[in-house]
Design a binder for this molecule. Structure first.
Ligand code: GTP
Ligand code: MG
Length: 211
C-alpha cells in the first residue's frame, strides 16, 4: 500500500492540510493502536510501537495514497502521568476531534481481554454525541482461546448495548470487529469499515452542491 508519514502535531496550526477524508485511531495507552495501523497498511514500522505505555504522544498523520489520511492519537488512561499532562492530552485530542473538518470516523480500539473502562465509554459517548462514527475493534485476540474470544466479544457487545452505544439508528452500525495485529485476524474487515466510513459524508460543506 502506498502509505507515507506526514507529520506529528501538538496543535491545530501544525495539522496537515485537510485534503482527504480522515480516520483516527483512539484507545487506551498501550492497547495496540499503532500496531493496528501497521497491520492495516501492511507495514511493520510505520507507526512506532512500544511495550511501554505512552509511546505515541503527539497526533501523527499518515497518508494512504490518494484515498484517506490515518491519524494515530496518543492513548488515554495511562495511570502514571500527572494531572497536568493528562489535561494537556485531553485538550489536544478533544481539539482534534472537535475541529477536524475532514474527520469521518474513529477506530476505537479495546483490549478483548478487558471490559471497557470509563475512559473508553467516555470516548464512545463523546463520539456518539458529536455524531462521529466509531469503528469498534477488539484487539489482541491472539492472546485468548477461540472460545474465550467468542465469550469476550459477547460480553463487550452487551456492555456497549447497555450503555446505549449500540442501538438501532445509532452511529455504531456493526458489532465490534475481532482483531489481532499478530495474526492479522480481522485486518480486512477493519480496512473495509474504514473505507466505507471514509467515503460517507452527506453533509460535507466542501462537496460541490450542484454537479
Ligand atoms: P501508545 O502509543 O503508548 O498509546 O500505545 P499503542 O496503543 O499505540 O500500542 P502499541 O501498538 O505500541 O502496542 C503496545 C504493545 O502491545 C506492544 O508491545 C505491541 O507489540 C503489543 N500488541 C499490540 N497489538 C497486539 C496484538 O494484537 N497481539 C499481541 N499479542 N500484542 C499486541
Ligand atoms: Mg501508539
Amino acid at each position: 500500500m502506498d502509505v507515507q508519514f506526514l507529520k506529528s502535531a501538538y496543535k491545530e496550526s501544525h495539522y496537515p492540510l485537510p485534503d482527504l477524508p480522515e480516520i483516527a485511531f483512539a484507545g487506551r495507552s498501550n492497547v495496540g493502536k499503532s500496531s493496528l495501523i501497521n497491520a492495516v497498511v501492511n507495514r511493520k514500522k510505520l507507526a512506532r510501537t512500544s511495550a511501554k505505555p505512552g509511546r505515541t504522544q503527539a497526533i501523527n498523520f499518515f497518508r494512504l495514497g490518494n484515498e484517506m489520511m490515518l491519524v494515530d492519537l496518543p492513548g488515554y488512561g495511562f495511570a502514571r502521568v500527572p494531572d497536568k499532562v493528562r489535561n494537556a492530552w485531553r485538550k489536544m485530542v478533544e481539539t482534534y476531534l472537535r475541529t477536524r473538518e475532514t474527520l469521518r470516523g474513529v477506530v476505537v480500539i479495546l483490549d478483548i481481554r478487558r471490559d471497557p473502562t470509563t475512559g473508553d465509554l467516555d470516548l464512545l459517548h463523546w463520539l456518539d454525541h458529536y455524531a462521529i462514527t466509531p469503528i469498534v475493534v477488539l484487539t489482541k485476540a491472539d492472546k485468548v482461546s477461540r472460545q474465550e474470544t467468542r465469550k469476550r466479544h459477547s460480553i463487550i457487545t452487551r456492555a456497549l448495548k447497555e450503555e446505549n452505544l449500540i442501538r438501532a439508528g445509532g452511529v455504531i452500525s456493526h458489532e465490534p470487529v475481532i482483531f489481532s495485529a499478530r495474526t492479522r485476524q480481522g485486518r480486512d474487515e477493519v480496512l473495509s469499515h474504514m473505507k466505507t466510513v471514509a467515503a460517507f459524508n452527506p453533509t460535507d460543506p466542501r462537496e460541490p452542491h450542484n454537479p
